[in-house]
Design a protein around this ligand. Structure first.
Ligand code: UGA
Length: 434
């Protein structure tokens, strides 16, 4: 078992640190936010992620998991240092690498023994070579530091499960020895390891996210055509997915992809390609389709209620997907803003994300304590996130509306059941019930 430091306790860093401690390594997570570090030392997770808090508490108790704000302390004795700080999107869509570069300098200043530096942050192709140069140029002691790329493929909401059940772990390294050590560290996860060069590993991350985003935009386009032809996109996706070359995952039509990864990484890859004078036309289309898709829900609502002024609209679900409180790039940001601008009274409900939502959404938004309260007396209900609590709601809850009109951006309900319950229902790429 190894002594490991993880720099950055955002979503990727924290899950990485906690799961590495779970398989027996001694892990110190480093973050500059003192308040956050104090909470984490008590076993409190700063993000909502099923299973994470329990696993944190267990490993803190076993003295395998530590949190600190002091780099020196974290790097002391660390054989391996993971970089997991953010790479936020710049105005032009490119990734801002200031945090990563600062960590490289901190590592160079503080390491006292030969170390492997593993980059988990999603960084443009060529960045790991740059990290290696920064470290080499700034090394305070005469030690050897080997930089490797180990991109992250976890999904929010199922990150702990994914750590132990992932499809692959990608390791990009110039040194066979370093790659073997990273492979050995990860062995207890029981996930296959794919070893390659550094640049290819960096590209695998972007290409994977871009491909998944492409699948989503593709099925969303098909859904828009299905609506016009009276076909059912769910049946189409099921029929397509039976072909193993296509696969049945990530073919759910909806209101477009959101979150902290797909929107950022697709735009960054367009930039990366542009930097080497390549016009990534397909991916530009994927991004454009995604923006269009978010607006279609409001268009459907306006077809039914052309004047939204003074209309009470229930919004069910605010997070970018279920099982997370993450609001980054959620469709709800665009949808609620448009509703309020059109003069509607918007009453929103989300099982987990409301606290985060209140910090960023328009102050005019009202919040309800449940689906029932949100739809009560409303003129229309919009479904933005497919939470189980929304999917499994008793359909007679919609009797509380002035007139039962449901516009569903996530295909949560069965068309037959909506018909039986006499609810006017418009979903994505499926026949409407009027
Ligand atoms: C995504 C990838 O799935 C992970 O493999 C990757 O590690 C992660 O980005 C990252 O780069 O860190 P995540 O953003 O957590 O994970 O969420 P996903 O479950 O992939 O969903 C992304 C968005 O696509 C959501 O808004 C979701 O509603 C939407 N989506 C997903 C669809 O509209 N249709 C689908 O069929 C699947």
């Amino acid at each position: 078992m190894r002594t490991i430091a993880v720099v950055g306790t955002g979503y990727v860093g924290l899950v990485t640190g906690v799961s590495l401690s779970e398989i027996g390594h001694t892990v110190t997570c480093i973050d500059i936010d003192e308040e956050k570090v104090k909470r984490m030392q008590q076993g409190e997770s700063p993000i909502y992620e099923p299973g994470l808090s329990d696993m944190m508490s267990k490993n803190i108790e076993k003295k395998r998991l530590f949190f600190t704000t002091v780099h020196e302390e974290g790097f002391k004795n660390a054989e391996v240092i993971y970089i997991a700080v953010g790479t936020p999107e710049r105005e032009d869509g490119s990734a801002n690498l200031a945090f990563v570069e600062q960590v490289a300098k901190d590592i160079a200043a503080n390491v006292t023994q030969d170390t492997i530096v593993v980059t988990k942050s999603t960084v443009p192709v060529g960045t790991n070579d740059r990290i290696q140069s920064i470290i080499n140029e700034n090394l305070a002691k005469n030690v050897k530091v080997e930089v490797a790329s180990n991109p992250e493929f976890l999904k929010e909401g199922s990150a702990i499960y994914d750590s132990f059940n992932g499809d692959r772990i990608v390791v990009g390294s110039n040194s066979e020895e370093a790659a073997n050590i990273i492979e050995e560290i990860n062995k207890p996860f029981g996930v296959p390891v794919f070893k390659t060069g550094i640049k290819s590993a960096e590209m695998i991350k972007y290409a994977s996210n871009a491909f998944l985003a492409t699948k989503i935009s593709f099925i969303n386009e098909i859904s828009n055509i299905c609506e016009r032809l009276d076909a059912n996109v769910e049946d189409v996706a099921n029929g397509m997915g039976m072909d193993k070359r296509i696969g049945d995952k990530f073919l759910n039509a909806g209101i477009g992809y959101g979150g902290s990864c797909f929107p950022k990484d697709t735009k960054a890859l367009i930039q990366i390609a542009g930097n080497v004078k390549y016009d990534f036309e397909l991916l530009k289309g994927v991004v454009k389709v995604n923006q269009k898709q978010q607006g279609l829900l409001i268009e459907k609502l306006k077809e039914r209620l052309p004047d939204l002024k003074g209309k009470r609209i229930a919004v069910l679900g605010l997070a970018f997907k279920p099982n997370t409180d993450d609001m980054r790039e959620a469709a709800s940001l665009v949808v609620t803003e448009e509703l309020i601008n059109a003069g509607a009274d918007v009453v929103a409900y989300d099982p987990i994300a409301m606290e985060n939502a209140k910090k960023i959404l328009n102050d005019e938004l009202q919040y309800a304590n449940g689906v029932e309260e949100a739809v009560n007396g409303s003129d229309a209900a919009l479904v933005l996130t497919e939470w189980d609590e929304v999917k499994n709601v008793e359909l007679d809850v919609f009797d509380r509306m002035a007139y039962p009109l449901v516009i569903d951006g996530r295909n949560c309900f069965s068309i037959e059941e909506m018909k039986e319950n006499r609810i006017e229902y418009h979903s994505v790429g499926r026949p409407s019930v009027s």
